[in-house]
Design a protein around this ligand. Structure first.
Ligand code: ADP
Length: 414
């Protein structure tokens, strides 16, 4: 397509500056030529403009789609193929929030009923009264990206799964070689074998973490949620955790309730009755143990001396666990990246300590499975506190769920 963009003035000479009409035409040529789908929506959710890429993606012709409601053309669905209602739909939310937003995990239902994974970026256009009068939606088909990610994750999980078996065999034979009752070796050989044994254990852990993180990324992490009373749960695992800390002579404290008191008991005035709050959550206890153990092992690993405190508190909505140490701390600039895959802080305090950089990534993925949140607060040289928030179940809801579980009929906790 060739377009003449610069019109002639009355005098017949070309001007350097394009007219308003030329500028509009210029913008249209650019927008129509983009690979990204672009849609302009007004505050009545009517499509004012749709470029050929967006119309092809949605399966509507541009002239058919222009002037009709965006929900008919851009049908957004969740992973279960259920249509998003207005409160969940970013194409609606943008007009109330007024903030640009990007969504990477949406599905688009095309006119011929195909579900396509898309990335949606929305930019509000705000008038002088601070009202959003229009919004620009940019849509990208990310099917190929997702398929590449899946292939990569499949390769990692197959490779790490296959490699775990020979590594376990090597570790077993090295353990036999180091066992006095089975083998006779001199002290120099023992030194070498001990190093080989430690490295093999590290390799085995790396394969295990790779496998778990690949599964976490493509949603294949197994989870069998149940009603868990978190105080009881922490009391069950704390003796194992104390054993780990004892190897480094680290003290371990358990703080229940308010952080300044070891136990908060709600007492009725005049009554001797002690009420201890029950902090119920709906999680897989094995997965939660994995998270707490990981955070605790890190606290031990990165704390040369001092104390580790495990805490439990909460309010009506959330159950909050925390693990606080008096260790190396984490530099401010590393904090935003800590829960990313393979991220390790590189400084003199941590360089000599082995690790994979996958532990916190796996923790985040597990906590997100239960609609929870994990974050860290830290001061370099003073220590770190890792927090986990999980949605709290009321005692009534927890009892009802437990009854349903016994009857084998839990479908959803909402
Ligand atoms: P790693 O296997 O390296 O420990 P993680 O994902 O568990 O991997 O942790 C990522 C990085 O975060 C670590 O390499 C370390 O630098 C930092 N980190 C984690 N926990 C702590 C902690 N309690 N104190 C100081 N640094 C920590």
């Amino acid at each position: 397509m060739s377009l003449k963009l610069f019109s002639h003035t009355a005098g017949g000479a070309d001007t350097a500056k394009p007219s308003k009409a030329d500028q509009t035409l210029q913008s249209k040529v650019i927008i129509d030529g983009l690979d990204d789908g672009v849609i302009l929506i007004d505050n009545q959710f009517t499509i004012q403009l749709i470029n050929p890429s967006a119309s092809k993606l949605c399966g509507w012709k541009t002239d058919e789609a222009t002037g009709i409601n965006v929900d008919s053309v851009v049908q957004l669905v969740n992973s279960k193929n259920e249509k998003l209602d207005a409160s969940q739909n970013p194409l609606h939310q943008i007009f109330s929030t007024g903030n640009p937003m990007t969504n990477n995990d949406l599905m688009l239902l095309t006119r011929d009923n195909q579900s396509i994974p898309i990335r949606l970026h929305l930019t509000p256009l705000i008038n002088s009264n601070q009202q959003v009068y229009q919004a620009v939606a940019v849509l990208n088909n990310v099917s190929e990206e997702r398929s590449n990610e899946k292939q990569r994750a499949d390769f990692i999980s197959t490779a790490s799964h296959e490699m775990r078996t020979p590594v376990a065999a090597i570790e077993g034979y090295l353990a036999l070689a180091l066992n006095d009752k089975v083998s006779t070796i001199d002290s120099r050989a023992r030194g070498y074998l001990e190093k080989a044994h430690a490295s093999t254990q590290h390799l085995g852990q790396l394969f295990q973490d790779l496998l778990t993180s690949a599964k976490a990324e493509d949603g294949r992490l197994t989870s069998h949620p149940a009603v868990v009373e978190i105080n009881e749960f922490l009391n069950q695992i704390i003796s194992d955790l104390r054993l780990v800390a004892a190897k480094k002579n680290l003290e371990v404290d358990y703080v229940f309730g308010d952080t300044n008191q070891s136990v908060i008991n709600a007492t009725k005035e005049g009554s001797q009755k002690i009420i201890t709050p029950l902090y119920y959550a709906y999680v897989d206890p094995d997965r939660l143990r994995e998270v707490i153990t990981n955070l605790f092992d890190n606290a031990v690993k990165y704390t040369p001396e001092g104390k580790i405190t495990i805490g439990l508190t909460g309010n009506d909505q959330v159950v909050q666990c925390f693990i606080r140490d008096t260790g190396a701390g984490i530099p401010k600039e590393d904090l935003p990246h800590l829960f990313q895959k393979f991220y390790r802080v590189d400084n003199s305090a941590t360089r000599t300590i082995g690790g994979t950089g996958l532990g916190l990534f796996i923790c985040r993925k597990i906590i997100e499975l239960y609609n929870g949140r994990i974050w860290v607060e830290s001061e370099l040289g003073k220590g770190s506190t890792f927090f986990i928030n999980l949605p709290r179940l009321t005692t009534e809801k927890a009892n009802a769920l437990q009854t349903q579980t016994k009857a084998g009929s839990v479908t959803s906790i909402n």
